[in-house]
Design a protein. Structure first.
Length: 173
């Protein structure tokens, strides 16, 4: 399964015939989980997959919500003593610093985002989950999005599917 493999360097960061990102790319990330362009400014890195310029594995970094003042991250990753970015691997919990409540947990394996859990505003229950290991009919660029109520019951399940550089959804509940 691609989402758990370490990708060979010679197959990274490729472009298609139209000059659009295609295949697996390395994304550099700051200590506050915001994308950065230069490796030397990064604390972490992860893998993302593109289909002719359209990104898959977007979720957490689209928000750009982490800052020194507002939120904090609890991470298992040790910073490299040579100041090189460290591959994301393990569980990362994100907390609202003002309320001291958890609002998101992300699970990475070998640099790939496997699952993201979002909590309600109080941090008391899981409100949603994006599971990148759950595939729709074996389509690699698909994931399962699940919403929960305060009792932990599923209220909605939808697959997000990236095919031919276009997103579509299939609701299952």
């Amino acid at each position: 399964m691609l989402s758990q493999e370490i990708v060979p360097a010679d197959s990274l960061n490729q472009f298609d015939s139209k000059g659009k990102k295609d295949g697996v790319w390395i994304e550099y990330i700051s200590e506050y989980f915001c994308p950065v362009k230069k490796e030397k400014k990064a604390t972490y890195f992860r893998y993302v997959k593109y289909q002719h310029g359209v990104i898959f594995h977007t979720s957490i970094l689209k928000f750009n919500f982490i800052s020194k003042k507002q939120n904090r991250i609890v991470t298992p990753v040790k910073i490299d003593s040579m100041n090189k970015p460290v591959m994301l691997d393990g569980k990362f919990d994100f907390y609202d610093a003002k309320k001291n409540t958890i609002f998101m947990t992300c699970f990475f394996k070998n640099g790939w985002l496997e699952k993201m859990i979002g909590y309600d505003v109080t941090g008391k229950y899981m409100a949603m989950e994006m599971d990148y290991l759950e595939k729709y009919n074996g389509i690699e660029s698909s994931y399962l999005f699940t919403y929960y109520n305060e009792k932990g019951e599923i209220t909605n399940q939808t697959y997000g599917i990236l095919e031919n550089s276009k997103w579509r959804t299939v609701r299952i509940k």
